[in-house]
Write a protein that binds this ligand. Structure first.
Ligand code: NAD
Ligand code: MG
Length: 409
């Protein structure tokens, strides 16, 4: 399949019914994005009803959220936690389910909107399922678009599903992009905080710890994306995400380091105008934007005071110190299965770093090693994506073994 980006006009939404509710399912409700989403849903019971909530293994929090929101189903991916979940929901109206298949079944429940907030390629199957049935998909799970962008976008086009970005940069672009006149757009610019090691030398980065890397200066996020932000692979994944979401060429997607994380991204027009979206670094704003789209809803996030911020800084990214950016760009250029390999190898490398098996700078080495060991090939559907994903994970594990062997010698 050719690497194509979306020739997308801004998709039409089912309008908010003046008196009715928008029904929502949240996949990954116990994570950082998930908890922010649950908070917004619970603060606006007159706007939203809740169908399914799902989690990886945290059954206690899942049960609490499901009861609080009056969800109809709670799905735990880890089947060993089924009994605990079921017991804690006994006497309530929430049905307990467990396992991978139950996750996919939950995506078939006809909710108006599915919030895709599982981390990593683990979210792929339910997200594709939601797109297949024409749901509005509020997409936080960027790994889905990186790993299977062409397939996900095609499914959405076939069914009429709308993909509404939750990632703050893509939400910003979604808000200021002129979808009616895409030819008037000259390019888009994704801003990046630069992460905790923005000003570190390569030598300094060599000895950073897991805790240093998890300590993001501006955003409070899950572990995987925090490490991705520290390597700037996050921005690399976001370049690929933007390519699939917006009708722009791969060379029209720029990255700009902006330490204050106030300007969330920019769209440049052919007449020289540049439109940006700004706000405090709080994910509740982009999440609410997706939940209420095409309307807006009030959010109790801190209001932006530019007078207090005082100054905004911008600088070009340094691809020598942050090689992950270049790896992601080249995977996008190679196309076909290269982004799938990049994503899977990165997931393995980040996990290995979090477990203390490799150093920080080796994350990019592992991803590069996997990309070099595997040929990029055509992928016809989701089964091909899952097969490549699994092979790339094995290859990445081997690269890690060889790295450690070299170190020990
Ligand atoms: P997180 O680790 O805090 O939460 C992940 C959620 O997925 C949890 O509910 C967890 O239980 C669930 N999960 C994990 N593995 C699973 C599996 N194998 N099967 C089923 N469920 C599983 O992550 P997060 O920071 O909330 O990020 C979620 C997604 O949103 C990621 O793709 C991330 O890149 C994206 N995102 C996050 C932020 C942020 O501020 N946190 C911002 C932009 C984009
Ligand atoms: Mg982002």
């Amino acid at each position: 399949m050719e690497m194509t980006n979306a020739p997308m006009a801004k998709p039409s939404a089912r309008e908010f019914d003046a008196v009715g509710l928008r029904s929502v399912s949240v996949f990954g409700s116990t994570g950082s994005i998930g908890c922010n989403t649950v908070e917004l849903l619970s603060q606006n019971p007159e706007k939203f009803s809740v169908d399914a909530l799902t989690a990886g293994s945290n059954w206690q929090l899942l049960a609490k959220q499901a009861v609080e929101l009056g969800a109809s189903v709670a799905v735990i991916n880890d089947e060993s936690k089924y009994k605990d979940l079921k017991n804690s929901l006994s006497g309530t109206n929430v049905e307990a389910q467990a396992g991978n298949d139950a996750l996919v079944e939950a995506a078939k429940i006809p909710s108006d909107m599915v919030v895709a907030a599982i981390v990593g390629a683990a979210g792929l199957k339910p997200t594709i399922e939601a797109a297949k049935r024409g749901a509005m998909v509020a997409l936080a799970n960027k790994e889905c678009l990186v790993s299977a962008g062409d397939i996900l976008i095609k499914e959405a086009e076939k069914s009429g599903a709308s993909i509404i970005p939750v990632d703050s940069e893509h939400s910003a672009i979604f808000q200021v992009f002129d979808f009616d006149n895409p030819e008037s757009v000259a390019g888009i610019t994704l801003t990046a905080s630069g992460g905790p090691f923005r000003d570190f030398s390569l030598t300094e980065m060599q000895s950073v710890t897991r805790e240093d890397a998890l300590n993001h200066p501006n955003w409070d996020m899950g572990a995987k994306i925090s490490i991705d932000s520290a390597t700037m692979m996050n921005k690399g994944l976001e370049i690929i995400e933007a390519f699939h979401l917006f009708p722009v060429g791969m060379d029209e997607i720029d990255v700009l380091v902006h330490p204050q994380s106030v300007v969330h991204s920019l769209v440049s027009y052919v007449d020289g105008s540049v439109l940006a979206q700004m706000g405090t670094p709080d994910m509740k704003t982009p999440i609410s934007c997706a939940l209420a789209w095409p309307g807006r809803m009030a959010v109790s996030a801190q209001k932006l005071s530019l007078a207090d911020v005082g100054r905004l800084d911008f600088m070009a990214p340094d691809t020598a110190r942050f090689p992950a950016l270049g790896l992601a760009r080249s995977a996008l250029q190679i196309g076909k299965s290269a982004p799938t390999i990049l994503n899977a190898a990165n997931e393995v490398a980040v996990m290995a770093f979090l477990q203390g098996k490799i150093g920080f700078l080796q994350i990019a080495v592992v991803v590069e090693g996997a990309l070099e060991s595997m040929n990029s090939c055509e992928m016809g559907g989701i089964d091909d994506v899952l097969a490549i994903d699994s092979e790339a994970r094995d290859v990445a594990q081997n690269v890690i073994k060889n790295l450690n062997f070299k170190i020990k010698k």
